[in-house]
Design a protein around this ligand. Structure first.
Ligand SMILES: [Zn+2]
Length: 279
């Protein structure tokens, strides 16, 4: 029991040590939060919303446009901590079972990829208007190199992922680096001390100048978070809020997107859609 108690209270030690170094140096480190797979208002979404509002942390919500409830835009009008990005079209895997899952992978023609990307972009515009930011989040963080050209064709000059993907010129990538979840048959929270140590690792590299990331990214999936996951995220956000050196960045800032009073701006997508005959 005492060992368990020690582990519970000890999980943030590495992260505290690292944040103390930033504080002592009088420097500010940036974190950012991305959450995936929004399609409808659910109890889990409301729980995430309550958490980010409690700790005043902005987040990028990756929305599945082809599964989105028709009222999703209206239902999220009063939510001010989230910015919304396109998460594929229907989050549908088209690859063979032995290959890594992808909605926009090598199994598909570039015409089919462009078609789905544009449908998704148009749907995002219909749902969220100017609250939709011009960023593409590939499902399963997997996008074939040829598909990336299609994202800019669809008007999305920014891209977000997890891992290293070679980008065409002109695209901006802002990664997430630490996934809260372990993707086994039943997803569960990664070991809390491992998550904290990973964040500490990436922040340490930033502090030493080994990386020059705009921010260290944390990835969550509200639909599969269990009680342990929610508690951990609550504790992590509380911890970081207690450090003057920590700033949770707005996603639009990280992608160098201008923001005005009513929300983030996005590039107009309509001309590209019309050019392809999607009306
Ligand atoms: Zn997803």
């Amino acid at each position: 029991m005492w060992l368990n108690l020690f582990k519970r209270t000890d999980k943030f030690v590495a992260l505290r040590k690292e944040l103390n170094r930033w504080d002592a140096a009088g420097r500010t480190c940036q974190l950012w939060l991305r959450d995936d797979d929004l399609a409808a208002i659910t109890p889990q979404f409301n729980r995430l919303r309550a958490l980010v509002e409690k700790h005043d942390v902005p987040a990028l919500l990756a929305v599945i446009p082809g599964q989105a409830a028709p009222t999703l835009g209206k239902d999220t009008m009063a939510v001010h901590h989230f910015q919304f990005a396109q998460h594929g079209w229907r989050h549908q895997n088209h690859e063979q079972p032995e290959n890594r899952k992808s909605e926009f992978g090598p199994a598909r023609s570039s015409a089919a990829i462009r078609h789905d990307m544009l449908k998704g972009a148009r749907r995002m515009g219909e749902l969220f208007g100017e609250r939709y930011i011009n960023v593409f989040v590939p499902p399963w963080n997997n996008l074939a190199p040829d598909s990336m050209a299609a994202t800019s064709y669809a008007g999305m000059s920014r891209h977000v992922s997890m891992g290293k993907i070679k980008l065409p010129a002109g695209m901006v990538e802002t990664n997430t680096h630490v996934d809260l979840m372990r993707w086994t048959a039943t997803p569960s929270l990664q070991a809390p001390d491992w998550i904290a140590a990973q964040l500490s690792h990436y922040l340490g590299r930033q502090r030493k100048g080994k990386d020059t990331l705009p921010a260290v990214g944390l990835l969550s999936h509200h639909l599969v978070m269990d009680g342990d996951g929610w508690q951990f995220l609550d504790e992590l956000l509380a911890l970081t809020s207690s450090y003057p050196c920590v700033r949770w960045a707005k996603p639009s800032e990280l992608f160098h997107l201008p923001v005005h009073e009513s929300g983030p701006l996005r590039a107009p997508l309509v001309p590209a859609a019309q050019a392809l005959g999607f009306t």
